[in-house]
Design a protein around this ligand. Sequence first.
Ligand code: PA5
Length: 446
Amino acid sequence: MAFSLEINDRFASEFADPKVFELLLKESGTALQNLLSGKSPGSEFLGWVKLPQEIQQSELEKIHSEAQRFRKQSETIVVIGIGGSYLGAKAVIEASKPYFKTPSLGSPEIVYAGHHLDARYHSELLEYLENKEFSINVVSKSGTTTEPALAFRLLWDLAKKKYGAKAKDRIVATTDGSKGALRKMSEELGFTTFSIPDNVGGRYSVLTPVGLFPIAAAGVDIFSFCKGFSEAADFLISETSSHKNPACIYSAYRNLFYRSGKKIEVIANYNPSIRTLTEWWKQLFGESEGKQGKGIFPASVELTTDLHSLGQYLQEGERNIFETVLYSKNTGAKVLVPQDGDDLDGLNFLASKNLEEVNLQAFLGTLVAHSEGGIPCLEILFPDTGPNSLGQTMYFFELACGISGNVLGVNPFDQPGVEAYKKNMFALLGKPGFENLRESLRKKGV
Ligand code: PA5
């Protein structure tokens, strides 16, 4: 399949001054060339740019075959990770798998842990797993992040009690190739491991074993996913005209709206299966751009659900928002509205229409309403939610984010702000070495 994602600005261009847009397209084109030549800030983390074209078939096969072994022995696979170490995989799995399916040995469900610290969730998870055949994929690039490390300690303890000496066969660890507590522990305990390339940061890592192993373990075709990535890379990297390059166009609009006071970008979806894709998008853009007192705040809505809540704000609230709709053109489902003799609900005007058509008209009607209400609306349209389309879409967003962050004037590949809460949490929990900070927090009344 050729690159098939489209960006449509029919309800956005009227909000853009053509001269400013032209300038930002130019800046976006330069930013793309800087990314490709490794000249942009954070250049040590640019491994993802050409990864789709460089990834080895043998690596994909190794991941696939290990994932098949995991599937055979599991009714439930727990993916432990936080931020970039789980969102990409969760996004692809939820978008590609059926909404309702009873898991079984050989066709496991995927559940998640280590992405928060809620005691009740972890207690119920441990209880749930007691009677399940389960395996664990623990993912942490640094190998030291508290939330996943703690979840793994809890689940490893359960695995040892349940499976004894064979517990290690139930673990796959994805981490740094040489450093970190998880790497050390994996080597000492004999876990199967996959390494994360040094030059690929968490939120850009879905095409490494971070995303690929859990995606394959869920039964999703990683070869097709990877092909989608490389088709997108082939097109977006070689399209040097920023007027024709959707990643540059998206970056130009984002920066234009931001500079004109629209500080919030709301991503909207009309298919709940891509809800986590929009969560992944929020993490990608939020962590990449929100720094140095700058950056668009990325938010999300699920439509039509949220038209009955946040829809009111979008239509008539403060005009500091622009909207980007992520729309899958074909769900592959045919649900025809039945004719009803009595027509008591008055819906016979919809009889014989596919629900997909009803959803499409809701999308189009909302686009017009929101743009007439003063919200510029960009549309990003992709053919379906299969692995190839998802690969194309994710690469598009990664590249657009790298470009847009450069135009904004930040390093889109670091996240220094994430440390602030960690230090305070360690101090409050009594971690050795944090005594002074603990004292000063206590004086603040915490
Ligand atoms: O994008 C990022 O770099 C972060 O969101 C990380 O993925 C997240 O903090 C988890 O880090 P780690 O994989 O080191 O546990």
